[in-house]
Ligand binder design. Structure first.
Ligand SMILES: C[S@@+](CC[C@H](N)C(=O)[O-])C[C@H]1O[C@@H](n2cnc3c(N)ncnc32)[C@H](O)[C@@H]1O
Length: 367
């Protein structure tokens, strides 16, 4: 509240969301404890179990087999669960698959938490707080981002009189309230670029920085790379379809419960808005990358070999039904769930250079 007061008592929603999530002291993601995972407010694929990292390990072994040891960049690496479990799954042979791991995490608390966990890792691990700090190298590089984009500040607009009004947040006597203002030109330009017209009263959000952020992610991979972006989202025509999402996609999460009032308890609840995949496609077009696929998480995992991974661990169809098998199958089921993560989360796979051919041969097959 004091920060909003300092800014004249009113801020664009984008600025409010930036403060609520990333204020160095009061921001939701600035605390000492990770906010996600089983004991947190929401599950992500990397924190739900070891199965997502295990499947990535299998995929990386296949890619490196055809190329050479890869560099792995995990952007928004959070509490480091993914890197930790990935290295565990690769085991003693990690060095044959990975030449280097770069962990990109904005939160200083999470970076130091990772340092403790990953001390003595079998491959060199480097930490940076921003994608710009990754630096390009000659090795084929996999860049990965799980729920990076849906954790970025967004602008919020409402359809009025055939045009757009932008929502700002202002201090009221009792707390926080909404204020409608003429949409700024960069906001109008974003929706015009995507050919979006909102109907009267329709709410919508936009991450104006998504294209630039994704360009920097692709840039970090250099000329021979694979990008795996795991997130919640739709293409513009579905994201902004008033029949499906007339109220926008902005949501709050607390203790695995979804809420719709983003002004309630700033800094204590997660704030998230869906990705517009067209922005990430536009970034790839500018950078000269091609698309391998945009698949629901379940389909991506099947393509990347989750069935073989279960078999290899003796947990396939033939497995005896003991506690270990049942637990493993429950964990896998959560990732494949057609009414949950398995279909709501998508994986956008893009590639450039030699990696594009290799990734196509590993992932793009007819079922
Ligand atoms: C929803 S969490 C996802 C964490 C992890 N990837 C996972 O799936 O479990 C979002 C994370 O992104 C980090 N983050 C947000 N913007 C970032 C940026 N520009 N660069 C690096 N990390 C960022 C936040 O600090 C937070 O830890």
């Amino acid at each position: 509240m004091a920060e909003i007061e300092e800014r004249g008592g009113v801020v664009a929603f984008e600025e409010f969301m930036e403060l609520a999530l990333y204020h160095p002291v009061h921001g939701y993601y600035s605390g000492e404890k990770p906010r996600y995972g089983r004991d947190g407010d929401f599950l992500t694929a990397p924190t739900s179990s070891a199965w997502y990292p295990r499947v990535l390990a299998r995929l990386f072994i296949a890619l490196a087999g055809d190329l050479k040891p890869l560099r792995f960049v995990d952007a928004a690496s959070g509490d480091g669960s993914l890197i930790w479990e990935l290295l565990k799954a690769l085991g003693q042979g990690a060095g044959a698959t990975l030449a280097e791991v770069v962990s990109v995490e904005r939160s200083a608390a999470m970076r130091s938490r990772q340092l403790e966990h990953l001390d003595g890792a079998p491959v060199p691990v480097r930490w940076v707080d921003d994608i710009a700090g990754v630096g390009a190298r000659s090795e084929p590089t996999v860049v990965h981002a799980s729920e990076l984009f849906d954790a970025q500040p967004v602008v919020r607009v409402v359809g009025r009189g055939g045009g757009l009004r932008e929502l700002w947040v202002h201090l009221t006597g009792e707390g926080l309230g909404w204020e409608e203002r003429p949409a700024r030109s960069k906001v109008v330009a974003y929706f015009a670029r995507h050919g979006v017209h909102l109907v009267e009263g329709q709410l919508a959000e936009a991450n104006l920085g998504a294209l630039a952020l994704h360009r920097s992610l692709l840039g970090a991979a250099g000329t021979d790379g694979l990008a795996l972006v795991l997130d919640y989202g739709y293409e513009a025509r579905r994201l902004y379809d008033p029949r499906g999402r007339g109220g926008g996609s902005l949501a709050t999460f607390r203790r695995h419960r979804v809420g719709r009032d983003p002004l309630e308890s700033p800094g204590e609840v997660d704030l998230t808005a869906h990705v517009n995949w067209d922005d990430l496609r536009a970034a790839a077009a500018v950078e000269g990358w091609s698309e391998i696929g945009l698949w629901p998480l379940a389909e991506f995992l099947v393509r990347a070999g989750i069935g073989n991974e279960l078999d290899a661990r003796g947990l396939g169809m033939e497995a005896e039904l003991d506690v270990a098998t049942v637990t493993a199958r429950q964990e896998v089921k959560r990732l494949l769930d057609p009414d949950g993560m398995g279909s709501d989360l998508k994986v956008l796979v893009q590639a450039r250079g030699e990696m594009a051919e290799t990734a196509k041969s590993v992932l793009s097959f007819e079922f």
